[in-house]
Ligand binder design. Structure first.
Ligand code: 13P
Length: 249
């Protein structure tokens, strides 16, 4: 399948000025032909949603609360994220699994909360370096994936994405080789195909971990890599546009 989804995860970066300048400098021809998503910190979502309106680019959140609107101090409900104009939400990013100690079960609940509000979840999975060195990468990703597919409606999953982000490749400049990434993506798709062949065909499996304008084309050329989740290079609109074009060419 040709790549059809490229997402910039700004992580905890940005400001009001940054996002306006970014969108002004993000030169993408219309129509872009694939889904392009910008995920700023949630406090900037409403602003960014206004700025990207009509550009063909959409936005998403980096996390979501699990409860519906109510007495949950500090949380942001999926319905609120949808209301301010976001279409997507990242769940289970390894930085949250590590920093906030998010477990598989919570990640699955977040994916379900996103779907309940009509948001498309980008569900992150991926092993640490120690887990890969011990030969456990498949078992880890399988466990993370099973927690989600056991919990969410599979039709909902088909409109979202699975992001394979090996933890050791994030922000390290150590990209997974195209072969390593392709092998894990094929495993993920195959695992979903055991539940539903049509859903496995539809769900986008995107790669994340030190994607840059130099390596994007080779990664996006792999059979089961349907796009990318970009961190560092996604903070520069020129580099990000280059990566988007690598997915469309
Ligand atoms: P980098 O592209 O900076 O490695 O980050 C990847 C990532 O974590 C995207 O969610």
């Amino acid at each position: 399948m040709r790549p059809s989804l490229v997402v910039a995860n700004w992580k905890m970066n940005g400001s009001g000025d940054f996002l306006r300048d970014y969108v002004e400098r993000l030169e993408l021809d219309q129509p872009i032909g694939i889904d392009v998503v910008l995920c700023p910190p949630s406090i900037y979502l409403a602003d960014l949603a206004r700025v990207v309106r009509g550009t063909g680019v959409v936005c998403g959140a980096q996390d979501v609360g699990i409860q519906p609107v109510g007495a949950h101090t500090g949380e942001i409900a999926a319905e609120m994220i949808a209301e301010v104009g976001a279409d997507w939400v990242i769940v289970g990013h390894s930085e949250r699994r590590i920093d906030q100690n998010e477990k598989d079960d919570l990640v699955a609940t977040k994916a379900a909360a996103a779907l309940r509000a009509g948001l498309k979840p980008i569900i992150c999975v991926g092993e640490t370096l120690a887990e890969r060195e011990a030969g456990h990468e498949i078992a880890v990703v399988e466990r993370q994936l099973e927690a989600v597919v056991d919990r969410v409606d599979l039709e909902g999953l088909a409109c979202g994405a699975i992001a394979y982000e090996p933890v050791w490749a994030i922000g390290s400049g150590m990209t997974a080789t195209a072969e390593q990434a392709q092998a894990m993506h094929a495993f993920i798709r195959d695992k979903i195909a055991h539940l539903d062949v049509e859903i496995a065909r539809k769900v986008r499996v995107v790669y994340g971990g030190s994607i840059n304008p130099e390596n994007a084309e080779e990664l996006f050329g792999q059979d089961d890599i349907d796009g990318g989740l970009v961190g560092g290079a996604g903070l520069d609109p020129v580099q990000f546009a280059h990566i988007v074009y690598s997915a469309t060419s």
